[in-house]
Design a protein. Structure first.
Length: 462
């Protein structure tokens, strides 16, 4: 893998929502840390001047938070230049080449609708802009297994695999990275991290807000494609992977891909789809839409370590809270020595990984009450891990892609393996069930997990 740093950033979709909310603030953070040292060429179809783009970028950065480094802000906006054009016109790419000037190793960031990925990648190849370059592709990488394979073929026909960076910003969150570190930097987990001691695993990613004007996009995606197939599957892969055989992120990628390939393909009865009340009134949403804004599923990993252990995943919009959490539910003790001893997994110990909005790791255990009787209460031992000045995921991923470091990006085989799991239920599924805004989703999702004690909502310890 080449680790020569890119000498320019080409940002396709520079006038879009992602650039406004995430990428411009990330560029400002890079400038503050001294890592934004290259020109940034923004590309879009809107008629703008360089000055107008810089004004938009400054407004986006100010919206994201207080400005504590005016020199970094000035440097960020000064780095920007603009190219207006149609992505279907090769002349646009000729203008990009001119705007790059002496830069010869650009990284191209495709922050554009996925339907445009193939055309832009092919045009980069046709105009020699792919030579010695890298490409960052935003999720979703394909709409199903067939389209993911097709997009991989197109990308590989233009760029070598180590120059393709399939971005999933969830992987760059500090709390997610800490799952990997916790598992393999400590020895106490390994003896119990298997089917003999783990009863089930729950992963929840909840958002209290709705689609917020992105109804037209959500009609093309839905929760299963937008969140579960990528974000939550990657979390499961880190939780369930085997220890890497050597110290390399290539080894980590191999082990996570193996877990994704071991996941049993879903069937309709494994999946509960929901839609919040009022979604159909959102702009761009069909009046009779069956697109899911909530999805819960039961997943099995057919491996020696995890055989028979159910993994329950759920995510949704307009839920009761905005939070992400993992619960690793341990099995109950084999014998009831005390009157209040746990005899079912719901009352047994568990590990809790709080991923957002704050980071925490907790172990729930039963502790004896003061007195003669052998009765107790379940308490959590909690480690709060707050890092207020940590890199944002997009700052970290932009810097890594420019450095040619693919550690936190997704590999081709992993992308296709994840699509293979959900492919059977993308079109063949039960209808979406209605649920009330501010709830935890449709009641059918509770029935899905009832045999294993029910969901533990984020932040609660019982």
């Amino acid at each position: 893998m080449s680790t020569v740093r890119s000498d320019a950033l080409v940002l396709f979709g520079v006038t879009g929502d992602l650039a406004h909310k995430k990428i411009f603030p990330a560029l400002y953070a890079m400038a503050k840390h001294g890592t934004l040292t290259v020109p940034v060429v923004g590309v879009a179809s809107s008629e703008l001047t360089d000055a107008q783009l810089r004004k938009r970028a400054e407004a986006a950065i100010r919206e994201a938070g207080p400005i504590d480094d005016r020199e970094a802000l000035r440097h960020t906006v000064k780095s920007l230049r603009y190219v207006q054009g149609n992505y279907n016109d090769l002349g646009t790419f000729t203008k990009i080449k001119k705007a790059l000037g002496k830069a010869r190793r650009p990284v191209h960031y495709l922050a554009i609708p996925p339907v445009l990925f193939p055309k832009v990648i092919e045009s980069l190849g046709a105009t020699s802009l792919a030579k010695d370059a890298r490409v960052i592709v935003e999720k979703p990488f394909g709409r199903d297994l067939a389209s993911a394979r097709s997009l991989n073929r197109i990308a590989r026909s233009v760029f070598p695999e180590d120059a393709i960076f399939r971005i999933d910003h969830f992987l760059a969150k500090e709390a997610i990275m800490n799952i990997l570190y916790l598992r393999f930097a400590n020895s106490f987990l390994e003896p119990i991290w298997n089917r003999n001691y783990v009863a089930s695993v729950q992963v929840t990613l909840a958002e209290s807000f709705g689609v917020e004007g992105r109804g037209a996009f959500y009609e093309t995606a839905g929760c299963l494609r937008d969140v579960i197939q990528n974000h939550l599957f990657q979390v499961v892969a880190l939780l369930a992977m085997e220890p890497p055989t050597y110290r390399s992120f290539g080894a980590v990628h191999g082990e996570t891909a193996d877990i994704l390939q071991a996941m049993r393909p879903l069937v309709p009865d494994d999946v509960v789809r929901g839609q919040y009340a009022g979604y159909r009134k959102e702009p761009g949403v069909a009046k009779n839409s069956d697109v899911e804004t909530f999805c819960a599923l039961r997943l099995f990993i057919d491996s020696w370590r995890w055989s028979g252990v159910p993994f329950y995943l759920r995510s949704g919009k307009a839920l009761a809270d905005t939070a992400a959490e993992v619960i690793v539910q341990l099995k109950a003790p084999p014998q009831r020595l005390f009157e209040d001893s746990a005899m079912v997994p719901r009352d047994a110990d568990y590990f809790r990984f709080r991923l957002q909005p704050n980071s925490a790791i907790a172990l729930a255990v039963r502790v004896k009450r003061t007195g003669k009787e052998f009765v107790g209460d379940r308490k959590e031992l909690v480690l709060i891990d707050e890092r207020p000045n940590e890199e944002s995921p997009y700052e970290r991923l932009l810097g890594d892609a420019m450095d040619g470091n693919g550690a936190l990006f997704t590999r081709e085989d992993a992308v296709e393996a994840a699509w293979a799991v959900v492919d059977p239920v993308l079109e063949h599924h039960h209808r979406a069930r209605p649920y009330r805004r501010g709830s935890w989703g449709p009641k059918e999702a509770d029935a899905l997990i009832a045999a294993d004690g029910g969901w533990r909502n984020p932040g609660r310890t019982s």
